[in-house]
Design a binder for this molecule. Structure first.
Ligand code: IVH
Length: 672
């Protein structure tokens, strides 16, 4: 590769960009990736290396400008060309009706139409496109000036760097919309944060806002944010006449808009739409907290105008968060994997938002004191969408004096050892590493689906094992046998055999699963994968210094010392030795990962065509690993055409151009 000419580099860069865009699309939009993360990383690295070596080839719309990049110093400010206003909000149907009647009065004798669309609970964003190219992205800020979050927004794959050409997109336009974290992503991120011993985000909105304000775009890229657009600010070079027309226009330009909006000409139709939206909104990938009703015609909007803060031609109707009243029976204290004590409200079960709720988190002692929550209180609980049920209010007027003020225990409820408060934090922690509650949680985590994936080793089984002293830590899982497991009541032969098989199979799990399963503070799945990819061997990871670790892109200043500290503890090292004795996969040096030497077995340019016994991407990867280059179309300069079954026009072309055609069998022979 070192001798590549500028011309060849340009061709390869274009090809890589196309390829990477395609994989982005498959991954982010179709959720159907066809190559592994490692292969994707390799394509990506090749492109960014070429762009570094040939700076004249770099371009703002390269996929490398979308992910990663240097951390932002801080956010500079951007002045909006048209102000970003807010909406009048209401929870009352009467006010919606009054709003509609007001519109009719302001437009006497005119035909009038409104559009009803979801109110997305995310973070407002304004994008500026000039000549079809994304210039910058800004948060709402105070409505006049917002934060420049362009770098972060470029990591969002549903936001195009370039508008679709050929659709008459405006010369210059501010597009307004909402950035959100898909509900499923929210759940996954929170699971990962909790697994890494970190506090979960309270709701998807906070998670989206927090992500967008990250100073490191590489972190933003991994969060999986998305966007939807519902309006414009300044627009030049286009004359959409209605909101509906503008939405269609934005969609044609390649911007994501709501799939379904409703149109209403009467107040009855407005309510029909609001109710229809309420019926389907839970199926949307984003959290919605209301419906927005907007006048459709831009001319009519102009004649009606604005108040100081919001347009008179629009209104938001907010759906009530689902709440229920119930009795808080008592407050229990849970001990997490890292020893953090969390108070939990044990409730009289109550049905809310489609499920029965019997427990709600109380977060910490301060929260309980602030809301003056007492055991025995009648409380209001709320469950909004994906959010963990929470106690929002106490019905103090119903107290009869029997309610009990709660105090966090001075000792761990599971092992009775004294607890300590992290300096400067509200968290209270049990410091006893052999606390049975922590052990249980660690074992549950180790066996969980995201880690070693040992089916049958869930909460109930772990409790039995720990209580009965059959396995007190994760290494002892590997010393279980039929005799030991048969002592657990109501455990049949079949389930014992299944569990032992699952444990056996877990010995061969990939290294990243083991690293994640160890439950190192702050190490989630993503950093575990990065560590495994970097070190290959658990021993190499254990020997790494905080400096070594910080050089890895996914490992920051918080994670690195946590890893060093984990492996410095004698009890953790002893545990790892016992896991080694149990024959777990501690990794291996994978020669295939090493960059191939110049002139490998498959050196030269390759074109692949027809059906092969392996996915084309994997074959391409093999070729690259052995020093070859894979290109998309055939020319006189092509070295080989690898032709599978039913090869078509490329085979013909190769014949005409005199390119050597290689069958799959010959290809395999070249490799051997
Ligand atoms: S239109 C001038 N449409 O709600 C009107 N806003 O309370 C500007 N929002 O800051 C907003 N979904 O962040 C509009 N379909 C939608 C919306 C929406 C969510 C947010 C937006 C805005 C806030 C106003």
């Amino acid at each position: 590769m070192s001798g590549i000419s500028a011309l060849e580099a340009a061709a390869r860069v274009a090809e890589l960009r196309r390829e990477i865009e395609r994989h982005n699309r498959l991954y982010y939009e179709e959720a159907a990736p066809v190559i592994s993360d490692a292969m994707y990383d390799r394509l990506y690295r090749e492109l960014s290396d070429l762009e570094t070596r040939f700076p004249e080839l770099s371009s703002p719309d390269s996929p490398t400008q979308r992910v990663g990049g240097a951390p932002l110093e801080a956010f500079t400010q951007i002045r909006h060309l048209a102000p970003m206003l807010s909406l009048d909000n209401t929870y009352s149907e009467e006010e919606v009706a009054a709003f509609f009647v007001r519109l009719e009065k302001l437009l006497p004798g005119k035909e009038m139409q409104t559009v009803i669309e979801p109110k997305v609970d995310g973070v407002a964003i304004s994008l500026l496109y000039e000549e079809g190219v994304l210039v910058h992205a800004a948060t709402r800020g105070d409505g006049t000036v917002g934060d420049d979050v362009t770098q972060n927004v470029r990591t969002i794959h549903s936001i195009p760097d370039r508008l679709a050409s050929g659709h008459g997109c405006p010369r210059r336009m501010e597009v307004r919309g909402e950035i959100y974290l898909p509900k499923a992503k929210f759940a996954a991120i929170n699971e990962e944060r909790q697994a890494a011993g970190e506090a979960p985000f309270a709701n998807p909105r906070n998670a989206a806002a927090g992500s967008l304000k990250q100073l490191d775009p590489a972190i933003v890229a991994r969060r999986g944010l998305r966007a939807v657009f519902y309006g414009t600010g300044l627009v030049e070079g286009e004359s959409w006449k209605t909101h509906h027309e503008a939405l269609t226009g934005l969609h044609r330009c390649g911007l994501p808009v709501h799939e379904k909006v409703w149109r209403a000409k009467t107040v009855a139709e407005v309510f029909e739409a609001i109710h229809a939206l309420d019926g389907v909104r839970h199926d949307f990938p984003f959290e919605t907290d209301g419906a927005v009703i907007k006048l459709d015609s831009f001319a009519q909007r102009a004649s009606i105008g604005y108040t100081a803060k919001s347009p008179r031609w629009a209104m938001a109707y907010k759906y009530k968060a689902e709440q229920a009243e119930t009795r808080l029976l008592r407050i229990t204290v849970q001990v997490g994997r890292t020893g953090v004590l969390t108070p939990v409200a044990e409730l009289e079960p109550v049905f809310v938002s489609g499920s029965t709720v019997a427990r709600a988190t109380l977060h910490n002692e301060e929260e309980i004191a602030r809301k003056d929550i007492r055991e025995g209180d009648l409380v209001v609980i709320e469950k909004a969408g994906e959010v963990i049920p929470a106690v929002v209010e106490v019905r103090k007027e119903h107290r009869d004096g029997s309610e009990r003020v709660f105090k966090m225990p001075e000792v761990c409820p599971a092992c009775q050892s004294p607890v300590s408060r992290d300096p400067g934090q509200v968290a209270i922690r049990c410091l006893n590493a052999s606390c049975p509650a922590q052990m249980r949680r660690r074992m549950e985590h180790f066996a969980s689906r995201g880690a070693m994936d040992i089916e049958g080793l869930g909460e109930a089984m772990v409790e039995q094992l720990v209580e009965r002293g059959l396995a007190r830590d994760i290494a002892e899982i590997y010393r279980l046998n039929v005799a030991k497991l048969s002592t657990i009541p109501r455990t049949g032969e079949k389930s014992i055999a299944n569990l032992l098989n699952a444990i056996e199979a877990s010995r061969g799990q990939p290294l990243w699963r083991l690293i994640f399963g160890l439950g190192i503070l702050h190490v989630g799945v993503t950093s575990a994968r990065a560590l495994a990819n970097h070190f290959y061997l658990l021993d190499a990871l254990m020997a790494a210094s905080a400096d070594d670790l910080q050089r890895i892109p996914d490992v920051g200043p918080v994670v690195a010392p946590a890893i060093v500290e984990h492996f410095a503890r004698p009890e953790n090292r002893a545990m790892i030795e016992r896991l080694r004795e149990a024959g777990l996969n501690f990794g291996e040096r994978d020669e295939r990962r090493e960059i191939p030497a110049e002139g490998g077995k498959l050196a030269g340019t390759w074109v692949i065509t027809g059906t092969l016994s392996q996915p084309r991407e994997e074959i391409a990867e093999l070729i690259r690993e052995h020093g070859g280059k894979v290109i998309g179309s055939i020319s006189k300069k092509t070295g080989y055409l690898l032709a599978g079954e039913e090869a078509g026009s490329k085979l013909e072309k190769a014949g005409k151009l005199g390119v050597r055609v290689v069958s799959e069998a010959e290809f395999r022979a070249m490799l051997d």
